[in-house]
Write a protein that binds this ligand. Structure first.
Ligand SMILES: Nc1ncnc2c1ncn2[C@@H]1O[C@H](COP(=O)(O)OP(=O)(O)OP(=O)(O)O)[C@@H](O)[C@H]1O
Length: 325
């Protein structure tokens, strides 16, 4: 996606596609610097995704795969490309669309309509799980209680767990989520800026147990991530490959053996993966239910006080707009 956005042809530069030599080039790919037409870009993109899937042995024949479907552009592309490649190359996968309804009036209800269309277009079964059914709260209700300032923490933590819970209900083997190059580069940069070594080492992994790129949250357009995004876009204007190079730096990052990393366990309350006594979602939920919504926000207060802080938890007090996969 960074490809397409970064490389709109300059005015007057109506060149021919350097692949088919027939149609007009629609974009210049930062990755290859090729001027390429729309159709050739689609073919190249789909072929590259196929090569990544095969090269990394992402799936096994017969596996059940949930596609995190938000109705946004990335997951819509993901749903299209996975269903298309599954059919074209006969991967033998059972694909499902999985949507989380956070209960944000005027936002998710609209995008869920897109997902309903994807369901019909690609002929994939759809499962929708909602914050209301899982946690007893919609995001609108949470915002009413906590205000706009810290609500992204709730949104991000709950969404990640809701996707995992939905995946468990569907009894899938894997969950696929969509992340474009810009988002991954932002995440690498953010983790460097925060000194979050644990996340930095995982955020470019193609397969993660439970961690990965930290997507943005719609309630916080001016959060720290926004500044990282602006910075990356400025770099991209000067040098379009900058985004891919930042990702490459993240991929090549290695932690020294002497660095202490957080230990993963399970939440004593709900059994979800956690490096603390209670997982972040349970701490936040407890705060909401007790009428103390700030309980799980911040570094020092909360229900996990008796446990030592670690790299993961330190980022628990991170600014709005982060979501861990
Ligand atoms: N509400 C949701 N329901 C299901 N999957 C989701 C939801 N929100 C995010 N995801 C998954 O996480 C990925 C990254 O989410 P993020 O919030 O960064 O959105 P994004 O980069 O705008 O992607 P998209 O364009 O697909 O919304 C999405 O592509 C999707 O696979």
């Amino acid at each position: 996606m960074a490809d397409a956005e970064a490389a709109k042809p300059k005015s007057g530069g109506a060149r021919q596609c350097s692949v088919c030599n027939q149609k007009r080039a629609a974009l210049k790919r930062p990755k290859t610097l090729q001027q390429i037409c729309r159709d050739c870009f689609y073919s190249a993109f789909e072929e590259e995704v196929h090569n990544v899937i095969v090269g990394n042995q992402l799936f096994k024949r017969g596996e059940r795969i949930a596609i995190g479907a938000s109705g946004g552009k990335d997951s819509t592309v993901l749903a299209y490309v996975l269903s298309e490649l599954n059919r074209r190359h006969n991967y033998g996968l059972d694909l499902f669309l999985l949507s989380v309804d956070e209960g944000i009036t005027g936002y998710r209800d609209d995008s869920l309509e897109t997902v309903q269309r994807n369901k019909i277009q690609y002929g994939l079964p759809l499962k929708v799980v909602s914050y209301k059914e899982l946690y007893g709260w919609t995001m609108d209700e949470i915002v009413k209680m906590i205000g706009l300032k810290n609500n992204c923490t709730f949104c991000g933590v709950f969404r990640r767990q809701a996707l995992d819970r939905g995946a468990a209900m569907l009894q899938v083997d894997k969950l696929a989520t969509g992340h474009n190059a810009d988002d991954v580069a932002e995440t690498v940069l953010l983790n460097i800026l925060r000194g979050d070594i644990a996340r930095l080492s995982r955020c470019t992994s193609i397969v993660t147990g439970e961690d990965g790129p930290i997507p943005r949250c719609i309630y916080s357009p001016n959060a720290y991530r926004g500044f990282a995004r602006e910075f990356i876009k400025d770099l991209e204007r000067i040098r379009p490959r900058a985004i891919l190079d930042i990702i490459k730096s993240g991929e090549n990052f290695r932690i020294s053996a002497s660095t202490k990393m957080p230990e993963q366990g399970t939440c004593e309350r709900c059994g979800y993966i956690s490096s603390q006594k209670w997982c972040k979602a349970c701490v936040l939920l407890e705060g909401l239910n007790q009428g103390l919504p700030k309980l799980g926000i911040g570094r020092t207060r909360g229900l996990n006080n008796d446990h030592k802080m670690d790299a993961t938890q330190t980022s628990g007090s991170k600014p709005c707009g982060t979501l861990d996969f």
